[in-house]
Design a protein around this ligand. Structure first.
Ligand code: GRF
Length: 195
């Protein structure tokens, strides 16, 4: 029997992707253990969800910047993640850009899910960018994180059609449903060396 891969999750918000990963771990469809959840937002729902599921979780102050971690925070995040034994870091709605020391500490081991078919619509509110542009299909992408914004190597994509009746809100709901299927199944394939 193969050992479980240890992953940590970083998130700033609701934690629906985190929950889908945790459920897949419980069912063993994803042979992994979530060692720690960290948020840069004290009141983030993702921390409550982790608490409810009995998964170690903590808020770590991100420091003085709005879009990235300052040096002290970056060191604290790396230490907490390493101490937890995490081999991989899965971003799930983490709203800060990771760079330098962080990406070197987890070289090629940081994964993200983005709510569009990259390379189209990187950055914020990607579903809204796609809706406003008028595309007929969009979706979500699981990718490795590199030094650019949503530019890392693509691991998997899920397609979501845009319906005539859609608003950007209903479109995003269906993209999130697809995310919750795609993220755990992609990590399962990745950890089984199928990607
Ligand atoms: C997801 O839509 C993900 O694609 C994006 O941030 C959102 C996080 O949602 N990166 P949740 O916190 O997992 O519910």
């Amino acid at each position: 029997m193969s050992l479980k891969t240890k992953i940590a999750v970083l998130g700033s918000g609701n934690g629906s992707n985190f929950t889908s990963l945790a459920e897949a771990c419980n069912k063993d469809s994803l042979r992994a253990k979530i060692t720690l959840v960290i948020s840069d937002v004290k009141e983030a729902k993702i921390l409550n969800r982790a608490k409810e599921l009995g998964i170690p979780n903590k808020f770590i102050n991100p420091g003085k910047f709005r879009t990235k971690l300052d040096d002290t925070a970056e060191a604290a995040y790396i230490k907490a993640l390493k101490d937890s034994g995490a081999q991989w870091v899965a971003l799930a709605g983490f709203m800060r850009i990771l760079k330098g020391d962080f990406l070197r500490a987890f070289e090629q081991k940081v994964i993200n899910i983005h709510p569009s078919l990259l390379p189209a619509f990187p950055g914020l509110e990607a579903w809204k960018q796609a809706y406003d542009y008028g595309v007929k299909v969009t979706g979500c992408t699981v990718h490795l994180v590199d030094y650019g914004i949503d530019t890392g190597r693509i691991l998997a994509q899920g397609v979501v059609p845009v319906l005539e009746s859609d608003t950007s809100t209903t479109l995003y709901q269906r993209i999130q449903e697809e995310e919750q299927r795609l993220y755990p199944s992609t990590l399962a394939r990745l950890f089984n060396n199928k990607i």
